[in-house]
Design a protein around this ligand. Structure first.
Ligand SMILES: Cc1cc2nc3c(=O)[nH]c(=O)nc-3n(C[C@H](O)[C@H](O)[C@H](O)COP(=O)(O)O)c2cc1C
Length: 229
């Protein structure tokens, strides 16, 4: 099995003499204290859903800025090292964020690289790439009515040069923290978002002019104005 091989090769091997715990049956059950339903945080995480129905209306630049700020931005510093809004193994931050803008007020349609250090979008290629990305994401209909597609690209060497094979585990986890931030920010803004892991890898990497071995698309996120009908 691929999983088994991967886990084995990326394991930290230390010979420890620790006996496995014995638990054949539950010894005791403890009811947890129910979280307060009016709590802002509990409300936010409970409301979060993958939303795939969009009106096709544009996002405002403020909304996109808020999403990207939440996804990844500089939020602190420790011993001269910049820290971001998402946790990252060893603070290696091996994820680059691209944004395909389909419809955002006061922003040209095109493919942008998001520079989280300078908090700016850098236009790489002008155009409406909705059709290409719809095809790449194996024709998932909702992409056609999204306003943007946020694309997470793993730069795995940033992690594997330090952690070897194990670094791959961390890269995937780091991407999912960014994804979580996007989901929650979209929920907070009453926008709709959906993680997209189903796509044609080679086509996606080619489209972004990335090599696809150490650097590869790991996840995308559609965001749009939710169609509440
Ligand atoms: C890694 C990952 C990949 C996903 N890929 C897709 C996808 O390609 N298309 C899609 O419609 N939903 C995708 N989803 C969304 C899941 O279908 C969704 O999270 C799940 O059904 C639970 O629903 P909820 O997010 O509304 O709670 C993905 C979610 C994750 C975490």
């Amino acid at each position: 099995m691929i999983g088994e091989k991967f886990i084995k090769e990326s394991s930290i091997k230390i010979d420890l003499k620790i006996e496995p715990l014995k638990f054949q049956k539950t010894l005791k059950k403890t009811k947890l204290v129910s979280p307060i339903t009016e709590d802002f945080f509990i409300d936010l995480i409970s409301k979060r859903r993958s939303i795939r129905e969009y009106t096709g209306e544009p996002l405002s630049l403020e909304q996109l800025s808020f999403l990207l700020y939440s996804a990844s931005s500089i939020s602190g510093e420790r011993m001269g090292q910049k820290l971001r809004t998402y946790p990252s193994a060893g603070a290696k931050y091996p994820i680059d964020i691209y944004t395909a803008v389909f419809d955002v007020e006061n922003l040209e349609k095109g493919l942008y690289k998001y520079n989280d250090t300078k908090f700016q979008l850098e236009l790489l290629s002008k155009g409406d790439f909705r059709d290409e990305l719809y095809e790449i994401c194996i024709e998932q209909e909702f992409i056609k009515r999204a306003s943007v597609l946020i694309i997470l690209v793993a730069r795995s060497l940033r992690s594997t040069y330090r952690y070897g094979e194990r670094g791959f585990r961390y890269v995937l986890m780091d991407a999912s923290y960014i994804s979580s931030n996007i989901y929650l920010a979209a929920t907070y803004l009453n926008l709709g978002s959906c993680a997209i892991g189903a796509f044609a890898d080679e086509a996606f990497n080619n489209f972004l002019n990335i090599k696809g071995n150490e650097t590869f698309v790991v996840l995308a996120h559609s965001v749009g104005i939710p169609n509440k009908k």
